[in-house]
Design a protein around this ligand. Sequence first.
Ligand code: ZN
Length: 432
Amino acid sequence: MSRTVIRGARYPGDIAFEDGVITEIGSIDRKDGDLEIRYNDAIVTPGLINTHHHLYQWMTRGVATGCNLFDWLQTLYPVWKKMSVDDVHSAALVGLGELALSGCTTAFDHHYVVPDGDDSVFDAIVDAAKLVGIRIFLSRGSMDLGEADGGLPPDNLIEERDSILTSTERIISAHHDGDMVSVVVAPCSPFSVTEGLMTESADLARKHGLRLHTHLCETIDEQEHCIERFGKRPAEQLSDWGWTGDDVWFAHGIHFSETEIALLGKEGTGVAHCPSSNARLAAGMCPVSDLLHANVPVGLGVDGVASNEVGGLFPELRQALYTARLREMRPDALMPKDVLNLGTSGGAQCLGASKSGKLAVGFNADFAVWSTPDLAGVQDPISGLILGPDRKVLDLFVGGKQVAKDGELLGLSLADAHRTLSKRSARLWDHN
Ligand SMILES: [Zn+2]
């Protein structure tokens, strides 16, 4: 197969790739047989990496908009219980399509709602990712602690621990290839799972060399729940269960103590920072600078669109920058290049995606091409891109394969996917 060379981008220069891998960057000589793609007024960045999402929540936007996390969850659990496998497939198409057009080439989906234990929902999410064409980190999420036993979710929405673990084994053998599909073991949160599920999930993931993920330190309510139930703070408790190490990353990580931050840094345990969702739910502000200072890997996440409402990763870059500056009241708390690193190489570190997140020789040819004629006079194009207006990609490449062209997905009509999803979503609110 001949190599492809992208020329004319204002940043970072020419890029050559072959067999899905970047082979040269800079000023590249022509070779016979090259396929050439030429851009004017464009910037190329590494593909963005989304480290926390719930794709199914595209069906339930605009609900409980004035609630904190626990009230919001208790409003939505009964609605999510009604979602079919086809509903989730439809939501995943829209969610992944919107992510791709926001520059995302790798997405993590934390799916933990499995009504009646029908785990074909995970097959449906993988199918949607293949149609859109981006890499997916698919979690077999789970909940096994219902209200009757002191958990938050209703008893009719949880599963049995043994069924969860058996299902997780099936999902791994059916889908994990460590390239386009990577499976992650991901019990939902300290207030919706048992100690047994947490420790057995960790054993299962490590047996297969897979990563672990859960929500942690998102709200003060969660912290109080842990102290009441275990007599320990959330991160301390998870450490006792073997849930620290460089194969683990947590969603949110807002309410850590200094000791917990030092522990995460020492262990190499990562954090998915979801600034828009945290703002929408008034959860608090993640101490990103402190985490980075302690060598904690930090990536960015959209979180579910029922608590974010946007669903694109590009706007989270600017939101992360503003959140850090507001929290610290320090104008250089995070700089534009810092947040681009969070959204690319930081995310790759959280996911253990060692060949993604950088424009460098030997890395996956995963990149986003941004049309930026409005930045022609801007001296620092990356600052102009991050701080400027929200935009969607012109083109998107995953493993050297083009999945979006001229602002449109090549694998499906996103407009049609939205129309289908809207009809399905309306049915959830029909009380007849
Ligand atoms: Zn979440």
